[in-house]
Design a protein around this ligand. Structure first.
Ligand code: AMP
Length: 287
């Protein structure tokens, strides 16, 4: 397993591999890996095939964090990450510095971003202004640097995956996007690097997101069609019964267009963002 730190060497390596006809599959991550990430890497290994090359990028992208968000305290541990990845037959870890990824940014010279203008409007987009501009930009840059034939993203970040798929179409990136299911802890909590922020009591309360999803699924299967606002209120009550639980948003929407629906039926998608103490968690599911 090679660890590459510079854009130049990554691009040179990718071009060499492509000339040899080797298929490159990329898994972009911000590190502090958990089983959710590892499932994406396993999917990448399968997608790449025996002769293919799996590249995992580990980079905490500053442009997707708002000024009052957790960039400086986001968990980082490269050694731990490399130990977790090594048994999975990964060929390359791309782990660039901020200077490599955003040349001239400190001097105020970096000035080009990718902005998706439709799917990014609501949910994470409105709650975290500028977030998807940072995500689309770094992912577009990673596509130009790693030159993958396919890239694997998690369904955990449903809106993000939808935006990346749109960006790939709109900007003619020559690759396939693979979306992989959410991996959960045994009590249903979606795995996330941010779960490490939770204390013992918050960790228990955090299952409220999964319980809300189960509640909504049950409601839809029992009643057929439900008024979205009514169901939102019921989920909010369920979550805010937890002493540290506070809903940021709950949204029911069309899984393709991400447009909110006023009537919730089977096939509608639910996404939610919840503060548990100071930690902001997200989750989503098809109902
Ligand atoms: P992150 O390191 O949080 O930026 O996530 C990197 C990739 O892993 C993204 O495509 C996420 O959607 C995906 N991911 C994060 N958590 C999970 C999970 N619990 N299950 C599946 N994929 C995940």
């Amino acid at each position: 397993m090679k660890v590459i730190k510079t854009v130049q060497l990554m691009q040179k390596t990718a071009m060499k591999l492509k000339r040899k006809g080797r298929r490159i599959v990329l898994v972009p991550t911000m590190g502090y890996l958990h089983n959710g990430h590892l499932s994406l890497i396993k999917k990448a290994r399968k997608t790449a095939g025996a002769n293919g090359v799996v590249v995992v990028s580990i980079y905490v992208n500053p442009t997707q964090f708002g000024p009052n968000e957790d960039l400086s305290r986001y968990p980082r541990d490269l050694k731990r990450d490399l130990d977790l990845i090594r048994p999975l037959n990964v060929d390359i870890v791309f782990n660039p510095s901020d200077k490599e990824m955003y040349p001239g940014k400190e001097e105020g010279l970096y000035s080009t971003y990718i902005v998706e203008e439709n799917l990014s409007k609501n949910m994470e987009g409105s709650s975290r202004p500028g977030h998807f501009r940072g995500v689309a930009t770094v992912v577009g840059k990673l596509f130009n640097i790693v030159m993958p034939d396919a890239a694997v993203f998690g369904e955990k970040d449903y809106q993000q995956a939808a935006i990346i798929k749109r960006m790939v179409k709109d900007f003619n990136f020559p690759l396939k996007i693979v979306v992989s299911p959410t991996v959960r802890e045994s009590d249903g909590l979606a795995m996330s690097s941010r779960n490490s922020y939770l204390n013992e009591s918050e960790r228990k309360q955090a299952t409220a997101l999964f319980r809300a999803i189960q509640y909504a699924k049950n409601a839809v299967s029992k009643k057929g069609t439900i008024n979205a606002n009514d169901l939102k209120n019921e989920l909010k009550n369920l979550i805010e019964k937890e002493p540290s639980g506070r809903v940021d948003y709950i949204e029911f929407f069309d899984p393709e267009t991400l447009q909110p629906v006023s009537k919730v039926r089977s096939g509608a998608h639910l996404a939610l963002a919840v503060y548990v103490g100071k930690t902001r968690l997200i989750d989503n599911a098809s109902l």
